[in-house]
Structures are given as C-alpha cells and as structure tokens.
Design a protein around this ligand. Structure first.
Ligand code: ADP
Ligand code: MG
Length: 313
C-alpha cells in the first residue's frame, strides 16, 4: 500500500465544514458563525515517550485526538476540524484500521472533521494532530483571568491515569475502567463550553494539577491554596496510602480534566452544571493574593511539596 492509497483508505472524509478537505494541497475552510474566533492547538505523541509500540491502536487513535480536543475544551471552544501528521515505520493495515477507527469515532462524536495532514515513513511512530475550534473572543477561557478569592474547581477524579500506568508498569491488576482513564481519556468539551461566562480562568490538566495550576497563577499574577482532603479521588486512589494518593492526584499526568476558577457567586450554577452534565465538579481551593501554591490538610499547612511533570528535568 503506498502513501496515497493509505490516505484514501483510512483518512479520506466527507467535508461538511470545508469546501476542500483531504485530497488537495491545502484545505479550504468555510466561514465561522458570526462573532466566533478560531482556537487552534497542536500536540505530538512520540512512541516510547507518550505510548508504547504495543499499545492498542484504537485507543491510541482516540487519545491522539482526545488530548487536542481537551485543549480546545479548556478554552471553552467548540471543535470543528483537525489535521493529522503521521510518521510510521510501516503501512500496516492491522494497525491503521483500528487506529483510524479510534480516531474517527471520537472525531464524529464531537462533529470534528479531518481536513488534511501528512504521512511519511520513519524509524518510529510519531503522531501530530492540530485541532481547530471556535469560541466567542470575549468568552474564551484564558489562563490569565483568575481573580483573588475565586474558588478553584476540577472536573472528574484526579490521578486515575497515573494510577493505571503504575499498575501496568508493575504488571499488577488494572481494572478496565481505570485502564480506559489512561488509554481513552474523555475530553471535557461540553463542560468547557458551559463554563463560558461562569469561569474566570481555565486549563486542562495534562501534566499533574500541581504543575498545571502554576500556569494560571503565573499568568494571572496570583497565588493559591489547595485543600488536600477535598481532592476528588476514585475508589482505587482512596485505597492507596494517603500520601501516595495525593502524589498521584497532584503530580501524575494524563488526567485531561478541566481545572477552573470562578467567583463564589457561581457555586449554585456550577452545581447545576455538574448534574446537567452528570460530571463530578469539586471545589478544591481558593485563589489568594499571596503568590505561590500552598497545600493544606484539614486546614493545616502541609509541609510536603508537590510538583507537576516536566519533560526536560
Ligand atoms: P503534498 O505533497 O501536496 O503536501 P500530500 O501528498 O502530503 O500533499 O497529501 C495529499 C493529501 O492527503 C493532502 O490533502 C493532505 O492534507 C492529505 N493527507 C496526507 N496525510 C494525511 C493524513 N495522515 N491524514 C489525513 N490527510 C492526509
Ligand atoms: Mg502539494
């Protein structure tokens, strides 16, 4: 199978949002609804760094798009289209078939169209997706809008993906629901869009809450305090020794939950949102004037320091 057959067979899509999608030198996109601005993000997944070569290709296709949709969600944007650049050691149908299924199934769920890409042979698998969405400019959920006294909220449970990875690495038992949290994360697009006009600042947690929250603090020039006993933990993490559970929840990567700040008067609105979306939303701390990130345990300052994941240290 040559490169062009491969594209035709696995990645050619019907165009709804583009005049021209896959198949020409560049895609030509239709106009956005009035008042909307493009939100564009990109993410690269590298074999042996972000995934192992024997990972389930359906899950990998899902995850490659999910991490990008999660970035759009964190801006309050609606997904529209994406490009896919692939470096592959070989054109293997038994990998490409499930990979493209996982990818395009998630894309269809969010009405997000594959409009182009690039395919080349190379020594190991690298997947780069650039996703395009749209959001009204004034309502985009930015990192630099947190305000002193804002509540800090997170969606879902924290640390599940890190827990699952730890189990898999140790060849220990990992229940399917926890493995899916690692391999098929759910981008919180509906939440992000519903938070327009409610949240002040927002980001998605990809490298551990402790590191990611610092981005909001720095951009907004504020500090924060997190109450450890308030962290939302699934049953598996609750069964861990407490310190280990906090470590996984704060420093483990790959959560793809949203962290957002909102004024106290939005608490009722956020509670209704949680039930409307059937998604846990938990208040875990507060934005403060004093710079830096502090942790308390049952109200007492915790001596332990938690850090996020960083590629270059
Ligand atoms: P060019 O040589 O003009 O850059 P290519 O031959 O790389 O174009 O690609 C041909 C068409 O297939 C283009 O429309 C491109 O966007 C699309 N394409 C290539 N690789 C992929 C892919 N992995 N997924 C989706 N579309 C792709
Ligand atoms: Mg060309």
């Amino acid at each position: 199978m040559n490169e062009f057959d491969l594209i035709e067979r696995y990645f050619r899509q019907k165009s709804a949002y583009s005049h021209i999608g896959v198949g020409d030198d560049a895609a030509l996109l239709k106009d956005l609804p009035i008042g909307m601005k493009w939100a564009i993000c990109t993410d690269v997944l590298v074999q042996d760094r972000h995934f192992l070569s024997d990972v389930n290709p359906f899950c990998l296709g899902h995850k490659a798009l999910a991490v990008n949709l999660s970035d759009l969600a964190a801006m309050g944007a609606q997904a529209r289209a994406f490009t896919l650049s692939l470096v592959l050691p070989e054109a293997n149908p038994s990998w490409l078939e499930p990979f493209s299924k996982g990818l395009l199934t998630l894309a269809q769920q969010h009405d997000c169209e594959l409009i182009g890409g690039d395919t080349t042979q190379g020594p190991l698998t690298v997947i780069n997706i650039t996703a395009l969405g749209y959001v009204p400019l004034e309502q985009a959920l930015r990192r630099d809008r947190a305000q002193i006294k804002d509540d800090i909220w997170v969606s879902g449970d924290l640390g599940d993906a890190a827990w699952a990875l730890k189990q898999l690495k140790a060849s220990a038992h990992c229940p399917d629901d926890m493995r899916l949290r690692l391999e098929q994360p759910t981008p919180r697009l509906a939440l992000g869009q519903s938070l327009r006009g409610i949240a002040h600042a927002c980001l998605d947690i990809s490298d551990g809450l402790a590191g990611d929250l610092l981005h909001i603090l720095k951009a907004s020039d504020v500090g924060a305090c997190i109450e450890l006993s308030a962290l939302p933990l699934s049953a598996a993490l609750q069964a861990c020794p407490r310190q280990e559970a906090f470590e996984l929840a704060l420093s483990g990567g790959d959560d793809y939950e949203l962290l957002f700040t909102a004024p106290a008067e939005q608490r009722a609105a956020i509670a209704s949102l949680a039930s409307a979306l059937a998604l846990r939303l938990t208040r875990i701390g507060c934005i403060e004037k004093e710079k830096g990130l502090r942790f308390t345990l049952d109200g007492t300052i915790s001596p332990h320091v938690y850090r996020g994941y960083n590629h270059f240290i």
